[in-house]
Design a protein around this ligand. Structure first.
Ligand code: ASP
Length: 418
């Protein structure tokens, strides 16, 4: 007898996997220390499925960003277009992050999440020294192209891809074969993404079952005010700010925008990583939202690296929360410093799980808050990380659509492509 699943859109199976993963995790949480649950499920099946899924995604990130950006640069009519797209994208990314952290600070002051929180001593958090501005900027230029790829250094790969793309378009006919190879490789990589999408439900299920079995909800209770303030601002920014960006700066209806990016959101939520989600973000931006490759291939990898609105929201709320808990008055200058520093910190945050919390030390040090205060919020950070990563990738997609529209490179398909 042949077993086959009923024909449905892939998004349907991914949503089912999300629900089943969360429910299984919640169900297993009370028995997570029982031997067979720990050995065979948590550290066995779920770990294996999750790890393989993440590896297949990460496997595609570097080749996809490199090849598709080279093709993007080759498709540009004039080089000046690249400069214009770059400047616009950077400005939108920084502005949307500054706005996000401003909302975070304002709502945190209004909601007062630190009120009534009992500070039980002995929180620990090891602060790492943040990199200097010179280090950050000079690191964009790779000294070794292979190492840049091996280390998946996104900004270096972007730099290299632009250089190769420009050189190829300048030598024109002398490198026709190599140019064709890039376009052919791009097709192959897109096919690989498509193949991976079909095993995603299993990977998503394993990742979520493990996270929810590990975390449980009891950690949220003492931190519920902080937790829900962050969630509130994340949702606010997601629907109100991105909804308005799409409504006023593109011809896409916000409702369609949000429904077309469901797959990307599912990947961001289950992997907690903008970087690992990147192949899907690029593919869906081109296919579901109709952004031309020359824009998407540049703006999205850049966004996954420097644009973290969700992360900066967590950082804004966390700073106000910890200041309230320790009874430290930040004052107007303090809040402005938080907005500036969280915007910078989010630029420096890599799109991988949990880094936002590490970069928070930069903000704390600048405004004079005790860094060990971060230890207080670690317990709920894993769950918030999943949600803020969704906001991070949506910010990349919204800005990408706005920039594409302004360049005449947004061709939104009316019908959804499954
Ligand atoms: N997990 C986030 C991302 O990849 C970064 C963070 O906030 O830790 O987008």
């Amino acid at each position: 007898m042949k077993f086959s699943l009923p024909k449905r859109d892939l998004t349907f199976y991914i949503v089912v996997a999300i629900v089943l993963g969360i429910l299984s995790g919640i169900f297993l949480n009370p028995i997570k220390d029982v031997d067979w649950v720990k050995i065979y499920l948590m550290d066995g099946l779920f770990e294996l499925g999750g790890r393989i899924f993440l590896s297949t995604l990460k496997l595609l990130v570097v080749p996809m960003v490199f090849v598709s950006l080279v093709c993007g640069v080759l498709s540009l009519k004039e080089i000046s277009q690249l400069k214009r797209i770059g400047l616009k994208t950077f400005a939108w990314y920084v502005a949307s992050t500054a706005l996000a952290v401003t909302f975070a600070v304002v709502f945190a002051i209004l909601f007062n999440p630190g009120e009534g929180f009992k500070l039980t001593a002995n929180t620990t958090f090891e602060a790492k020294a943040p990199p200097s501005v010179i280090d950050v900027i000079s690191a964009i230029v790779p000294s070794n192209p292979i190492k840049a790829m091996v280390d998946a250094e996104m900004l270096q790969i972007i730099f290299l891809a632009i250089l190769v793309g420009l050189a190829l378009s300048l030598v024109k006919t002398k490198a026709e074969k190599l140019t064709a190879i890039f376009f052919e490789a791009n097709e192959v990589i897109l096919k690989m993404v498509f193949m991976i999408l079909w095993v995603a439900p299993i990977g998503v299920f394993c990742l979520l079952a493990k996270v929810f079995a590990n975390e449980g909800f009891e950690t949220i209770v003492p931190l519920s005010k902080y937790f829900f303030t962050v969630l509130f601002v994340l949702f606010f920014h997601f629907f109100v700010v991105y909804g308005s960006l799409i409504k006023f700066f593109t011809r896409i209806s916000p409702r369609l925008f949000f429904t077309r990016i469901q797959k990307v959101l599912a990947f961001a939520f289950s992997t907690s990583s903008s970087n690992a989600t990147l192949p899907i973000t690029i593919e869906e931006a081109e296919k579901q939202l109709g952004v031309d490759n020359e824009v998407a291939a540049f703006t999205l990898p850049l966004g996954a690296t420097i644009n973290m609105d969700g992360t900066s929201i967590m950082q804004g709320v966390a700073t106000v929360f910890i200041a309230q808990v320790y009874g430290i008055e930040l004052g107007l200058m303090g809040y402005l410093t938080v907005i500036g520093m969280a915007t910078l910190a989010s630029i420096g945050t890599a799109g991988v799980p949990g880094v936002g919390l590490i970069m928070l030390t930069m903000v704390f040090t600048q405004v004079g808050l005790p860094v060990e205060g971060i230890g207080l919020i670690i317990g709920v950070d894993r769950l918030l990380d999943m949600t803020r990563t969704c906001v991070n990738v949506t910010g990349d997609l919204a800005v990408t659509c706005v920039v594409a529209e302004s360049e005449g490179k947004l061709h939104f398909p009316q019908a959804k492509i499954s």
